[in-house]
Ligand binder design. Structure first.
Ligand code: NAD
Length: 728
């Protein structure tokens, strides 16, 4: 009895292999899929009455690709498996598709839905590929995005269809291709209206039906040549590799492995070429980079998107209308993002002109989209009409949630909370977009602290995927659930954290910036600091980040801390550096053209040479690795502290938040994945070394020492149990 691949044979001897899992809403490709496809292929090959076969899907999505959850579990399970056995396991789908391709009967792939990843690899192994003309269909091989390569023949079939040069972007970027684009490139044979899909597949079998792939025919040549004998390919390999390493600093093994597959595999016979691909796939599969990327960017992010922290038993809220107070950069971004998704927004600022300016942010963006042909005027008008700029709080009388995004000022935010409570329905949520002010304190300003929560969006709101949801001490489960509903409706990824100074993301990026600025004060070359950050895989260097956010912001924050601490305040070297730059020298960062960099009118910038006058350079500079270690370990320690203090509820939140929110290197999978990969005992030893050399900021929290002692990891079989979410 089949559960995954259902075979039927018609009167013309055409077999349909219908991919339609009865045990899963998605057509995932796992062991069961392979077992049933194997049986079906044997039937097609062995039954003389069958002339050819059509593979198609019984679901709207053709195939969901390999089950990454399975793959992650197997990576854990197979750690001690002999290499030869791992290689065999990893090559099993590839070998099966090769048996299908050489079964002696013509096989057509009739693609009727999205077929990214494994779905595209099935299609490529078929002799004829016909795709329905449907806007939702995408083909492509996105494996590189999780540190892998398409290991079921994808690299070898693409290169044989389109040549080395054209296949590089498909494989190295993993872009999703429309049917038209795939046709134009030569990856598929035909695009037809949906209703003609099966008829075209049948026609091809009956009228043409060639059961031999071009690469299995005598005299086949890869378009444009392959291997060392093709000079253009050799040149392209050198340049591509240099370009990739210039971008990824040797941190990403997958692009290099893909280039190796193209170079080494393209001129070999197909069976040998598939072995080359399987070898590189296995190397990537054994590498912690793919494991960490799959876990954080796919599994953990997927769970976050499913609102894993949403308390049960609270009815789902679908918002028709929300309020936003403060129509500056962040408020305007929230308004724009919501209006685009069909939500009405009451946009309040202190005067009508400021509120209108917030709305103008949306019109500017929509005009750009219209100019690029991505949006029609009519649609843009509908979106704009959803934003209602005003100064009248009474317009909020029927909204269920308000995002507050006024200046980062406690007194002002407290005042807004009181104003909101006066007009909002009793149960309405007040969500502050503060970057660092304690939510518990903001909540106490009003009468209903249980309704107050933090929704920390990132800039630019419409592009940044993360929202950090911060629970104050009194935030209720209902409030958390309803705030998460808005994040879900905005199609953003939430992480949920408890209140604490800088929550998680702000303190986490702060640790990196602080450590980097400390290095400046010690006389480490600013260029070395910036470059080491990029080489570690951090997208934006710490001095650039400081200038972009504004040194004045750091200055005002420092002054506030000084005021709060009173006589007990101890100025750190970083505090003194910022005080000098802003207070004495008026260097506010990019906004006034002067910060760690000098900004020219044409937008170019160069490091400010004057810094060395106040902070003379060390005669012997540290190594790049030492600078990288200080940046990354300052964040590891901070993440561990956030977990120990109960700010973080789950390592998954820390890992997802660090990459999606503040640019922690994706290849490391986040601070907790990084610590697990290194081994907690080794992390503790390195922290102790750094603490002895550079200061207490590296002292590991007791949690890490305890975990090291017990041989625990954050994620593994001996995973620590994080403190439970108190509100759930
Ligand atoms: P902004 O200066 O661009 O906007 C603040 C807006 O608040 C202005 O339009 C101002 O007129 C308005 N405002 C001031 N007083 C008001 C009042 N009494 N009533 C109504 N509106 C009033 O600031 P922003 O960058 O949008 O930041 C807003 C909040 O978001 C801050 O708490 C900030 O810390 C936080 N935040 C900012 C970023 C960022 O990258 N800019 C990122 C995350 C969080």
């Amino acid at each position: 009895m089949s559960e995954v691949i259902h075979v039927s044979v018609d009167a013309d001897g055409i077999a349909t292999l219908l991919f339609d899992r009865k045990d899963n809403v998605m057509n995932v490709m796992d062991m069961k899929f392979m077992t049933e496809l194997e049986t079906a292929v044997k039937q097609v090959a062995g039954d003389d009455a069958i002339k050819g076969a059509i593979i198609t899907s019984g679901k709207p999505v053709f195939a969901a690709g390999a089950d990454l959850k399975d793959m992650e579990a197997a990576q854990e399970r197979n750690q001690n498996l002999p290499l030869a056995e791992r290689l065999k396991q990893n090559a099993s789908l590839s070998m099966l598709l090769r048996r299908m391709e050489t079964c002696g009967k013509p096989v057509v792939c009739a693609v009727n839905g999205i077929a990214m990843g494994g779905g595209t690899e099935i299609a490529l192994a078929c002799h004829y590929r016909v795709v329905a003309d449907n806007k939702s269909i995408k083909l492509g091989l996105p494996e590189v995005q999780v540190g892998l390569l398409p290991g079921a023949g994808g690299t070898q079939r693409v290169v044989r269809l389109v040549g080395v040069q054209a296949s590089a972007p498909v494989l190295l970027e993993g872009a999703a291709l429309s049917p038209e684009k795939a046709l134009k490139m030569g990856l598929i044979h035909k695009v037809v209206p949906q209703e003609q899909l099966m008829a075209e597949a049948r026609r091809w079998i009956l009228e043409e039906g060639d059961p031999v792939q071009p690469w299995d025919k005598k005299g086949f040549k890869v378009p444009g040549g392959a291997g060392a004998m093709a000079p253009a390919v050799g040149q392209m390999m050198v340049v591509s590799n240099a370009m990739i390493q210039a971008k990824t600093f040797h941190n990403m093994p997958a692009p290099k492995a893909i280039l190796s597959c193209l170079y080494e595999g393209a001129f070999l016979p197909m069976d040998k070429a598939l072995q080359v691909e399987a070898k590189y796939f296995t190397l990537l599969n054994m590498d912690p980079v793919s494991r960490n990327m799959i876990r954080t960017l796919f599994i953990n992010k997927g769970n976050a998107d499913k609102l894993m922290h949403r308390p049960e038993g609270v009815a789902k809220t679908v918002y028709q209308k929300i309020g936003v107070v403060g129509a500056g950069l962040m408020g305007a971004g929230v308004a724009y993002s919501c209006a685009k998704l069909g939500i009405d927004v009451v946009l309040i600022d202190r005067d009508q002109a400021a509120a209108e300016k917030g709305k103008a942010y949306s019109s500017k963006r929509l005009e750009k989209d219209i100019a690029k042909g991505r949006m029609t005027r009519d649609k843009a008008d509908v979106i704009l009409a959803r934003i209602h700029p005003t100064i009248d709080y009474a317009a909020l009388a029927d909204v269920e949630i308000v995002v507050e995004a006024v200046f980062e000022d406690r007194g002002l935010k407290a005042d807004i909370t009181r104003k909101l409570e006066a007009v909002l329905p009793r149960q309405a949520v007040i969500a502050s977009n503060t970057s660092a002010l304690p939510i518990t304190e903001l909540a106490e300003a009003g009468q209903r602290p249980e309704n107050v929560i933090g929704l920390h969006f990132f800039s630019p709101v419409e592009r940044m995927p993360l929202v950090e949801v911060i629970c104050g001490k009194k935030t209720s489960a209902e409030t958390l659930a309803r705030a998460l509903d808005l994040v879900g409706q905005m199609k953003k990824t939430p992480i949920v954290v408890n209140d604490g100074p800088g929550f998680f993301t702000s303190r986490f990026i702060g640790a990196y910036v602080n450590e980097s600025l400390s290095m400046v004060t010690e006389g480490v070359k600013p260029a070395l600091i910036e470059n080491a950050a990029r080489m570690a895989g951090i997208p934006v260097g710490p001095l650039t980040v400081s200038d972009e956010i504004g040194l004045d912001v750091a200055y005002h924050g420092g002054m506030q801390r000084k005021k709060d601490a009173g006589a007990g305040f101890k100025a750190t070297p970083t505090f003194l550096l910022v005080e000098k730059l802003v207070g004495e020298l008026g260097r506010h960062g990019r906004k006034n053209g002067k910060g760690f960099f000098e900004y020219a009118a044409d937008g170019s910038k160069k490091l400010w040479a004057g810094l060395a006058e106040s902070y003379p350079l060390l005669p012997t500079q540290p190594t790049v690795d030492e600078v990288k270690a200080r940046m990354l370990y300052s964040q590891l320690v901070d993440a561990a502290k956030a977990m120990a203090e109960g700010v973080l509820l789950d390592p998954a939140d820390g890992d997802v938040g660090s990459i999606l929110g503040v640019g922690f290197p994706a290849y490391l999978g986040g601070p907790f994945s990084m610590m697990d990969t290194i081994g907690i005992d080794k992390v503790v030893a390195e922290c102790d070394r750094l603490a002895a050399a550079y200061g207490e900021q590296f002292a590991p929290p007791q949690l890490l020492r305890d975990m090291a002692g017990k041989g625990q990891t954050f994620y593994g079989a001996t995973r620590i149990t994080p403190p439970a979410l108190s509100k759930a």
